[in-house]
Design a protein around this ligand. Structure first.
Ligand code: PLP
Ligand code: TYF
Length: 396
């Protein structure tokens, strides 16, 4: 049966972590995978999470099946985070949210639903984008194209190229957009950009699919929801995939959500029934723990304040490591100007390092980055910073 099965390629990011784990050198630094590490180089267990978990365990509740759409208080809390406390969309019953297996699960359920609805559409992702976007939409059966996003000459977004490419896609294309903290470049769009994108999307009848995996890591929870809120005001129907893996440091608990904004409450009911069908035929219903913990944090005034403080400190720590890296490179006499790293937002930085330089970093110094030059600024700390900066300067 399996004799002719070929080896599948490794995930370019998660595969790098496997290589890192097998590296026996004492000095090694993993700037590859997008995970937030604290100053001690550990994945934090947030205090708000620990407290909500303790309370949950103490209640010793039964472990029945959840509804197909997951924890209902969680779904409502997600909507409020996306659209704000008193969004008219919520009052009008136009929004459908279902708990999902991380942000990835939300993208896949959304993609499977869209494939039924728009079997002949094309999906467009940014160039570059999170590696899994292409694979995921292709596995749902869509041809995947790219729209211009990054201009390596300016270390900035190629705004004109982006708009032009969106205009040239076939009508009714599905456009995957990063709401904030663009993975992998760290370059975000401003309000004016979003207004222009929304106009093009309206004119061409495209379908926006907004991926928000880092809400709170850019400027703040409300600020990072800007794109979602502008789409909400636009009157368009659209999809949103949320991930709380990073913002609650709950990676392995698989906490995400798929949200669909429809035109009216009747439409929402029909859409909800179809999403439930996709979920039912994939994994029946989601797990309880992570979403219950997140819902309980968001609805407890004390835990919510604590969580927001912890999120703020993660965001500030990344920003201070960005600045420290820029300074460390400059003080070591790096001829290139790396100040753009401090202007990028979220976990990732397109460092401008070439594939060859990244290779040397790994082989000679045990410093792991993605071959595209992406580094995870959230993996830097005051203990590894000098070593990383020394190593980078040596390969320049
Ligand atoms: N979307 C983007 C842009 C991401 O960077 C990630 C990273 O993990 C995801 C989605 C997936 O999130 P999750 O790990 O919750 O599945
Ligand atoms: O881009 C990253 O590093 C994160 C983590 O298949 C990740 O988004 C990477 C690859 C993958 C799933 C998650």
């Amino acid at each position: 049966l399996f004799s002719a099965v070929e080896m599948a390629p490794r995930d370019p990011i998660l595969g790098l972590t496997e290589t890192f784990n097998a590296d026996t050198r004492q000095y090694k630094v993993n700037l590859g995978v997008g995970v937030y590490y604290n100053e001690e180089g550990k994945i934090p267990l947030l205090r708000a999470v620990a407290e909500a978990e303790k309370a949950r365990l103490e209640t010793q509740g039964p472990r029945g099946y959840l509804p197909i759409e997951g924890v209902l208080t969680y779904d409502l809390a997600v909507q409020k985070m996306l659209f704000g406390q008193d969004s008219p969309l919520l009052d009008d019953g136009r929004v459908v949210t279902t708990q999902s297996l991380g942000g990835t699960g939300a993208l896949k359920v959304g993609a499977d639903f869209l494939k039924r609805l728009l079997p002949n559409s094309v999906v467009a992702i940014s160039d570059p984008s999170w590696e899994n976007h292409r694979a995921l939409f292709e596995s749902a059966g869509f041809p995947v194209k790219t729209y211009r996003y990054y201009n390596p000459q300016t270390y900035d977004v190629d705004r004109a190229g982006l708009l032009e490419d969106l205009q040239q896609l076939p009508p009714r294309s599905i456009i995957v957009l990063h709401a904030c903290c663009h993975n992998p470049t760290g370059l975000d769009l401003n309000a004016e950009d979003w207004h222009q994108i929304i106009e093009v999307i309206k004119t061409c009848g495209h379908v926006p699919f907004v991926d928000i995996a880092y809400q709170g890591f850019g400027e703040g929870i409300e600020e990072d929801a800007l794109a979602v809120r502008l789409f909400a005001q636009s009157g368009l129907s659209f999809l949103v995939s949320s991930s709380f893996s990073k913002s609650f440091s709950l990676y392995g608990e698989r906490v995400g959500a798929l949200t669909l904004v429809t035109q009216n409450a009747d439409e929402a009911q029909r859409v909800r029934s179809q999403i439930k069908r996709v979920i039912r035929t994939n994994y029946s219903n989601p797990p309880t723990h992570g979403a219950t913990v997140v819902a309980n944090i968001l609805k407890s005034p004390e835990l919510r304040v604590l969580w927001e403080e912890e999120l703020t400190s993660m965001r500030s720590r990344i920003q201070s490591m960005r600045l420290a890296l820029v300074q460390a490179l400059a003080s070591r006499g790096a001829k290139q100007d790396f100040s753009f790293i401090a202007r990028q937002r979220g976990m990732f930085s397109y460092s401008g390092l070439t594939a060859q330089q990244v290779e040397r970093l790994r082989v000679e110094f045990g410093v792991y980055a993605i071959s595209t030059g992406r580094i995870c600024a959230a993996a830097l700390n005051h203990k590894n910073l000098d070593y990383v900066a020394d190593s980078i300067v040596k390969v320049l």
